[in-house]
Design a protein around this ligand. Structure first.
Ligand SMILES: NC(=O)c1ccc[n+]([C@@H]2O[C@H](COP(=O)([O-])OP(=O)(O)OC[C@H]3O[C@@H](n4cnc5c(N)ncnc54)[C@H](OP(=O)(O)O)[C@@H]3O)[C@@H](O)[C@H]2O)c1
Length: 298
């Protein structure tokens, strides 16, 4: 690992895995087994792990991402991992003069209307996870020296526990499926996000003035969960005429009650990342194509 490498937190998660695949030995990655955000002495542990090693930046992909558990029994842990520990991490980064790269979510918005949300729009989370992520944003920007916060949406890859892998399993085992059709957003293929993030980070590090701020970054285009499922279904049917699933019906969110309310409009306007970094992500359809190629190669 060279002096100019990156420190990544969140080992084993979807985004961390994709960043590590991209960065190879240019990254030192730490997981909860080494430094746990729930520990009171989390920063002391980080200090002893890192010692005097110098990095270019810290990328925090660690998060409490179980939205429904946060709503029921997990709120305390969600706020610790997504918010108060982030404040401590941000302060640690400031002391070491390291820019902090942190991630947030479309779930900071209330989902009203049909316009794409931009970074100047007022957040108003509908659920506990969204509130913890919003507080994490505020604390990350307040406590760090330099920072980038990327809000993204609907992450998936070929192997993690996510909508893509769940839907493939269900399509292979259930004759009929109902999928929510009134939540709109952009499914984001994580390796595409990792590449876009690194382009932004490298440009930020090379800029004469660090472009601190919050940026929306997700796939291009938009669809519903039903639209995304239909595209997965079409691919699966084309490759397997005996596929179990014969009917994929659109349903409203109200017919699929979950503990945590979801925003109906998760469309993110990514023009700020385009204007500042010149970065535009591929469409969600191209992401799905690449994800199937990766899944088929496994
Ligand atoms: N997934 C989405 O659809 C989505 C959408 C919008 C924004 N985001 C944001 O994007 C970022 C990356 O998401 P992701 O999908 O890569 O998440 P992920 O796959 O759930 O990974 C999160 C990582 O954080 C680790 N972690 C959890 N609790 C921890 C703790 N107490 N201490 C240290 N590490 C801990 C997890 O380890 P264990 O697995 O061992 O617990 C896991 O490796 C997060 O900030 C998330 O909020 C995600």
């Amino acid at each position: 690992m060279s002096k100019g490498s990156l420190l990544i937190l969140g080992k084993g998660g979807q985004l961390s895995n994709a960043l590590c695949a991209l960065l190879g030995d240019q990254a030192r990655v730490i997981g909860p087994d080494e430094a746990n955000f729930l520990d009171e002495n989390f920063i002391g542990t980080l200090d002893s792990l890192i010692g005097t090693h110098s990095f270019k930046a810290v990328i925090n992909t660690a998060a409490y991402t179980n939205v429904d558990l946060s709503e029921t029994t997990g709120e305390t842990d969600a706020f610790r991992i997504n918010a108060t520990a982030v404040a401590e991490l941000a302060g640690w980064c400031r002391e070491r003069k390291l820019p902090l790269v942190h991630f947030s979510s479309d779930y900071v918005f209330n989902g009203s209307g049909s316009n794409r949300w931009n970074e100047r729009d007022q957040p108003e989370p509908l659920n506990s996870y969204g509130r913890s992520k919003l507080l994490g944003e505020v604390l990350a920007s307040d406590h760090s020296g330099h920072y980038l916060i990327f809000r993204t949406s609907w992450l998936y890859d070929a192997t993690g526990k996510n909508f893509f892998t769940t839907m493939r399993r269900l399509l292979g085992s259930k004759e009929e499926l109902n999928v929510v059709a009134d939540q709109m957003g952009a499914p984001t293929y994580v390796p595409h996000l990792a590449k876009a993030v690194m382009e932004c980070v490298n440009k930020a590090l090379a800029a004469p003035e660090f472009p601190d701020g919050t940026y929306h970054l997700c796939s291009g285009g938009e669809t519903s969960w039903h639209g995304f499922a239909s595209a997965i279904w079409a691919h699966e049917r084309a490759h397997n005429p005996d596929l179990a699933c014969k009917t994929l019906s659109p349903i409203p969110t109200t017919s699929y009650p979950l503990p945590a309310p979801r925003p109906l409009n998760s469309r993110l306007d990514c023009s700020r990342a385009r204007d500042v970094f010149g970065v535009v992500m591929p469409t969600w359809e191209d992401g799905l194509k690449d994800c199937f190629a990766a899944a088929d190669a496994n």
